[in-house]
Write a protein that binds this ligand. Structure first.
Ligand code: FE2
Length: 608
């Protein structure tokens, strides 16, 4: 029998993406922004689709089905209706408004056909079903509870579900406008960061603050119930009617107007960040407890934008009722492309699901484009670049030596990651032991005066030697403390430091990856999914005794993570990265011809 292909698409909201399945297996998945170089690109993902079809060696005519990750008609209905006052309070029954194969009569059908040159069937799932599918189907669990939390899809803002074998069911949902994602985004907006991408910064800022607004949030903004459902007091928000997230009443409650983006951060923003983070964690924990009580499951799968809150995930793992949790690496809307494709395969086509215990189906999230050495070499030659080609062992040894000498490495190897984190395929690497590394990488490479430390990559088997964590965190979605005996306590003088000065205090033997509250956003690296990266860290450990590297995404501020060798070389030449690894090639900055800037580009030394 010939293989059957399903293409999943998410688009027109934020972070468009495409994903291709061959007989249910993920062949490829990528976000459109990486190809167009426009961050969070929400247009039809024609480059991502083209790449997926190429990776599968097929054309659109070979597709059995195309799945779209939400139902724009329903979204349209929500936008038109007057919702305040009519939305049910608390968790309601999840309402499936139409079957998966419901035909959308909007322009979308035409749009997809036009872009794809495809005249087969197009199936539409509901937004949270796509999230839930992306959480459960690729998970390593035969059966599990499912929690999805985001801003909003059609109507649902959070759902509780239960998955078994090749099927799942959403049991309950919280309805627009009561949304944890939007609540967090309101604080993101109010503290002067960009909604839909700055949430990460709010989470990183939280450890500098005190939870002094928690009481006000519960008193005025959020009527939280024991089961984790809540009602937001719309008196304080503007997202139903206005262009901003919050209004004058919100500003009055929180001691003045919203912070102007890029202006100096004050203690108030830090306290606000800490407060909303505390509330967010409490809501997630309560929802998880309800879900556990109602399903009796041991395992939990998570997706939706709020599942990227790795501090909340860490608490959920430590304090929550579930034995283990698995989080979809592309937890945001990009992951909906993967979810809907799997939904078509398992639900619509009734195909079985094979689970390998302890092993998820995401292939380390390395699902994007890769570039053969000949193509990389042709590019380097065309640039007139100077480079060496090394065999694998020699390259890993040289790079480990350079890292140990505090050189910063642009590491471009294998297939690009799917999802927002760089996981050792498109990463900038450094030595976590160096007390200078954090400032150096922030100012000279990322061009920001960061208040967030960098994330550590650690060999999976060694994670418990460095962190208070004893499970894998392959997608950098869990935060846990640096191991107690590695922590260095602060002196009284150091404790009095404020803001970023606090971050520069050496607080462990891996200072570049230790946050002010001694936490770290951990990536565990396994040999199975990324042997080159794993062996590089092993080589670094052999040289230095340290099984950890600093891993930050290969991009500069405001730019999507690099995709191609050309993106990587450009980023390398525009920054103070010392060496670039492009597959088997080692490129030294000191030996490159002078870089001539073709377009507009300005260095920005701003808070990030
Ligand atoms: Fe979503």
């Amino acid at each position: 029998m010939t293989a059957r292909y399903v293409l999943g698409i998410s688009a027109f909201y934020h972070d468009s993406a495409a994903c291709l399945l061959r007989d249910g297996e993920v062949v490829a998945a990528a976000q459109e922004e990486r190809f167009t170089r426009s961050k969070g690109d929400a247009s039809f993902p024609r480059h991502a689709v083209r790449y997926c079809l190429q990776a599968g060696g097929i054309s659109a005519a070979d597709l059995a089905y195309v799945g779209f990750y939400d139902k724009p008609l329903l979204k349209f209905e929500r936008i038109l209706e007057t919702y305040v006052g009519v939305a049910p309070r608390g968790f309601g029954q999840f309402q499936l408004a139409g079957p998966l194969w419901m035909k959308e009569k909007l322009f979308l059908d035409r749009e997809i056909r036009r872009h794809l040159e495809y005249d087969g069937e197009i199936l539409y799932a509901e937004h949270h079903e796509s999230h839930a599918a992306s959480a459960f189907f690729p998970s390593p669990f035969e059966e599990a509870a499912i929690l999805t939390i985001d801003g909003v899809g059609e109507w649902a803002t959070a759902t509780l579900g239960l998955g078994r074998g090749n099927a799942f069911e959403l049991l309950k949902e919280l309805h627009w406008p009561d949304s944890l994602g939007l609540l967090y985004s309101a604080f993101t907006y109010f503290t002067g960061f960009k909604v839909n991408s700055g949430e990460y910064k709010v989470m990183g800022l939280a450890p500098y603050g005190e939870p002094k607004y928690v009481e006000a949030i519960y008193r005025e903004l959020v009527d939280l119930r024991d089961d984790g459902s809540f009602t937001l007091n719309q008196k304080f928000f503007n997202y139903l009617t206005g262009l901003t997230m919050t209004n004058g009443a919100f500003a009055q409650l929180f001691d003045g107007p919203a912070r102007v983006p890029e202006s100096k951060l004050t203690q108030r923003e830090m306290d606000l960040a800490r407060s909303i983070q505390v509330v967010c964690e409490e809501i997630v924990l309560r929802m998880a407890r309800t879900l556990h009580r109602e399903t009796g499951m041991k395992h939990l799968c998570l997706a939706g934008g709020v599942a990227l809150n790795c501090v909340a995930n860490g608490r959920l793992l430590r304090e929550g009722p579930f034995e283990s949790i698995w989080i979809q690496p592309a937890a945001g809307d990009a992951g909906g492309a993967l979810g809907v494709a799997q939904l078509v395969w398992h639900r619509y086509l009734q195909q079985p699901r094979r689970v390998i215990p302890g092993c998820d189906a995401m292939q380390g999230a390395y699902l994007g484009p890769e570039y053969p050495p000949e193509e990389i070499q042709a590019f380097l030659d065309a640039q007139g670049a100077s480079y060496e080609r090394l065999d694998r062992d020699c390259l890993l040894r040289r790079v480990a030596e350079l890292l140990a000498q505090e050189q910063v490495i642009g590491w471009f190897d294998g297939r690009m990651e799917f999802g927002p984190r760089a996981l050792g395929a498109r990463s900038i690497l450094g030595d976590p032991r160096s007390p200078r590394m954090q400032a150096q990488m922030n100012l000279k490479i990322k061009f920001r005066e960061g208040f967030r430390p960098f994330a550590p990559s650690v060999l999976a088997e060694r994670v418990a030697d460095y962190f208070e964590l004893d499970c894998e965190s392959p997608y950098m979605l869990l935060v846990a403390p640096v191991k107690r005996d590695r922590q260095i306590s602060m002196t009284a003088d150091q404790r009095r430091l404020w803001g970023i000065d606090q971050l520069n205090v050496v607080r462990s033997d891996i200072p570049a990856v230790t946050h002010v509250d001694y936490s770290a956003r951990i990536q565990t690296v396994s040999r199975r999914t990324n042997p080159n990266y794993y062996d590089l860290i092993t080589e670094f450990e052999r040289l230095t005794g340290c099984a950890v590297l600093v891993n930050t995404s290969f991009n500069v501020r405001g730019e999507p993570i690099v995709c191609s060798p050309a993106d990587a070389y450009r980023c390398f030449m525009r920054t103070h990265i010392d060496y670039l690894v492009l597959g088997p090639f080692l490129v030294s900055k000191a030996q490159q011809p002078e870089w001539k800037e073709s377009g507009e580009w300005q260095r920005e030394f701003q808070l990030d």
